[in-house]
Design a protein around this ligand. Sequence first.
Ligand code: AMP
Ligand code: GLY
Length: 435
Amino acid sequence: MKLLVVGGGGREHALAWRLAQSPRVQKVFVAPGNGGTAREEAIENLPITDIEALARFAAKEGIAFTVVGPEAPLAAGIVDLFRARELPIFGPTRAAAQLESSKDFAKAFMRRQGIPTADYQTFTDALAARDYVAQRGAPIVVKADGLAAGKGVVVAETVEQAHAAIDSMLRDATLGSAGARVVIEDFLVGEEASFIVMVDGANVLTLATSQDHKRLLDDDLGPNTGGMGAYSPAPVVTPEIHAKVLREIIRPTVEGMAAEGNSYTGFLYAGLMIDAAGKPRALEFNCRLGDPEAQPILARVKSDFAAVIEQAIAGTLDAVELEWDRRTALGVVMSAHGYPANPRTGDRIDGLPPHGNAFGEDCTVFHAGTAEANGHVVTTGGRVLCVTALGDSVKMAHARAYEVLQHLSFDGMHFRRDIGFRAIARRADARSTPG
Ligand code: AMP
Ligand code: GLY
């Protein structure tokens, strides 16, 4: 069968790569794909991004099913369009994708359903928002309601910073309509984790846990980015916390959406803050796989993933048991000069394997902002590569990823050296604590 993956980042490379390994899959089209998907055997790039044109392609080509990577086509209604034409697709409808595309929708939903999250209020008026911040004090978090490509969240350490964020979004409209409403919420303390599941409207299939590293620089310093690296599993999510997240956050979300007539299908990503007492709260929902979390998660999937998605589309996820590689997977993002503010493009990447993207069975280099040009691979975006390795411990996966990374180079490249540091420290702690 032939499949279609929509998107062109590292997450979509990993999705297409994993799907292409299913025994019944002849070819995976990736629209638009990148320089890495262009190098994979059973994968073909498709230079289409318009959702109407994608639906026509899927119909004409007899695509068995489509999987959507990023949020923008979901918010544009790609799932509604494909379903109206009876083209199988895995993802949430436009209405259900509001869990990600509107922070106000998500917060109001969580409040209605009693899902643990930070207290908040929503504003369209800058003066009222400023008053609320003055009352609540800092630190406090200001979030644009709409999709803002990672630029919509300001964690303000002072009241002045929060006021500046409010003015920039509500008064100066620097984020356009995405910032015409803002959610202001209490600052939460703890350790973050990514909890991603597959949902078929009613049944939930949990994927392996993971942790992202959002800041640009080592020790979690520097500006927020889309994610500089991730690993799976995340030991911060103990079995007790895992059960709590399912009971208090995931199930009430899936059941609440169904009860409100807005049934959820697709990947569902809860961004968690876990406090010192082990209480998880939802920071946000995404209606897709995380990027870069998808790279280590999919590197560990041993089941036939195309069959799993077929079950999800059929509404029979309760019949699926996923098999995982017991090893830890760890992915390190290599980003371009100037990322995230102003990434430079057009730098030539050296050291990639002559064919494909694998450095042996235990390491794959997933591409994001790359393209093939005149026999070379060049950078085309902020996040360029994600070197993803498997190892028997997080330390070994870390060592293997950085060993492979040494072979790769491009002008202006940047990467963090400490991906996985929390899990590595947790292990060291566990060993030094008696009993
Ligand atoms: P979001 O897109 O809502 O996940 O926010 C992006 C990042 O901002 C999160 O990954 C957190 O690091 C941080 N953040 C968001 N909301 C809060 C909060 N209420 N308290 C503390 N940090 C937050
Ligand atoms: N890595 C965070 C995200 O995909 O939103």
